[in-house]
Design a protein. Sequence first.
Length: 127
Amino acid sequence: MDPMADKFLKFDYQQVKDLSTNFLTLISAILVFSITFAEKILKFPKSSAPAKRCLLISWLFFIVAILLSGVALACMFYAGLQANYEKPYQTWGDFAYAVLQLGGVFFVAGLIALMLSAFVTYIRHDS
């Protein structure tokens, strides 16, 4: 086996697989938590339209981040499969890294939108 492919399988593949799995768990937990406690966070029937929009946008961002993390996990699996059979794997590995990073961007955007929805609700209820 190619020494670079061996390094890839022993380190890169394992690390990205674990990162993707943990990232999926974290995003899913935050999404479920925010859906479960939306009534408590926003006082949903009384909250303003901008606060509701921010909350829905955060949920959308979390769902996109979950999908991208799943795609990254699948691409990394395929890259590992290619490396194991001594076929070109770098493109799939690089694509998996890029997709996982994009998923991270959507995750952070979802967190910001979630905080913004709570902030808008807090400001509206104080005045």
